[in-house]
Design a protein around this ligand. Structure first.
Ligand SMILES: Nc1nc2c(ncn2[C@@H]2O[C@H](COP(=O)(O)OP(=O)(O)OP(=O)(O)O)[C@@H](O)[C@H]2O)c(=O)[nH]1
Ligand SMILES: [Mg+2]
Length: 231
């Protein structure tokens, strides 16, 4: 029986400029493949992957957000709601995409409680060494300044498949340590009419999954409205 709905779930949002390779990264992580003909993301796409961390199965839910402002619009607040980790992305062949990181950091600070979010920085398209425009040292300094681990990867290169999985697993491991399942206190009336608290690990996980499901449905509706499909 598939009990994945009951697994502890971590919401990881990938943000960065358009064309930096966010979808390619999520796609490589969750399907194991590189798809050359991706179209720009409108609103948000979802991917998920179940990983084993310290003998426990946990679900990584990857929110792949649009880089283009016109496709983000009203959805920004949804990206950041209940976010556990943020993957900041720039393209190593694009200096402007690196410069934009300052704005992306400003945005995440505005919408989250920064200390509660795990952050990492990824420079994408590391296979394009000839066209590299952002020096590794400069990017590393930036990452250190914000206390983020830093990696350069290629979603295109089959050899980096394992590296990408390891990076996301390390995020999940950190989250697992920092965010043990919080017991949900259900307040129930006993026979004498007084209030009692009851805790359930399973219900806490389920509650989060149900919330995310609702959020996903809401987003799908807004996505349709925003993009005018179904006129
Ligand atoms: N050479 C190379 N190309 C890549 C890599 N990752 C992505 N690309 C290409 O870069 C382009 C943009 O990739 P996407 O994954 O669609 O970028 P995105 O950040 O999701 O863009 P938006 O959805 O518009 O925000 C595509 O043509 C990809 O094939 C990589 O690691 N190496
Ligand atoms: Mg995309």
């Amino acid at each position: 029986m598939d009990n994945s709905a009951e697994l502890q779930t971590f919401k990881i949002v990938i943000i960065g400029d358009s064309y930096t390779g966010k979808t390619s990264l999520a796609y490589r992580l969750c399907t194991g493949k590189f798809y050359e003909k991706l179209e720009t993301t409108i609103g948000v796409d979802f991917f998920q992957k179940i990983v084993n961390i310290n003998d426990e199965r946990v679900k990584i839910q990857v929110w792949d957000s649009a880089g283009q402002e016109r496709f983000r619009k009203s959805m920004t607040v949804h990206y950041y709601r209940n976010v556990d980790a943020i993957v900041f992305v720039y393209d190593i062949t694009s200096e402007p995409s690196f410069q934009s990181l300052t704005l992306w950091v400003e945005e995440y600070k505005h919408y989250t409680i920064p200390d509660k979010v795990v952050k990492i920085l990824i420079g994408t398209k590391s296979d394009l060494t000839e066209s590299k425009r952002v020096e590794t040292n400069v990017a590393r300094k930036f990452a250190e300044q914000y206390g983020m681990p830093f990696y350069e990867v290629s979603s295109k290169n089959d050899g980096d498949k394992q590296t990408i999985e390891t990076i996301f697993s390390s995020v999940a491991e950190k989250l697992q340590k920092e965010k043990p399942v919080v017991l949900k206190r259900a307040r129930v009336l006993n026979k004498s009419g007084s209030l009692q608290s009851r805790g359930s690990e399973k219900s806490a996980t389920l509650e989060k999954n149900v919330t995310l499901k609702d959020e996903k449905e809401k987003l799908e509706k807004e996505k349709k409205k925003c993009c005018g499909s179904g006129s």
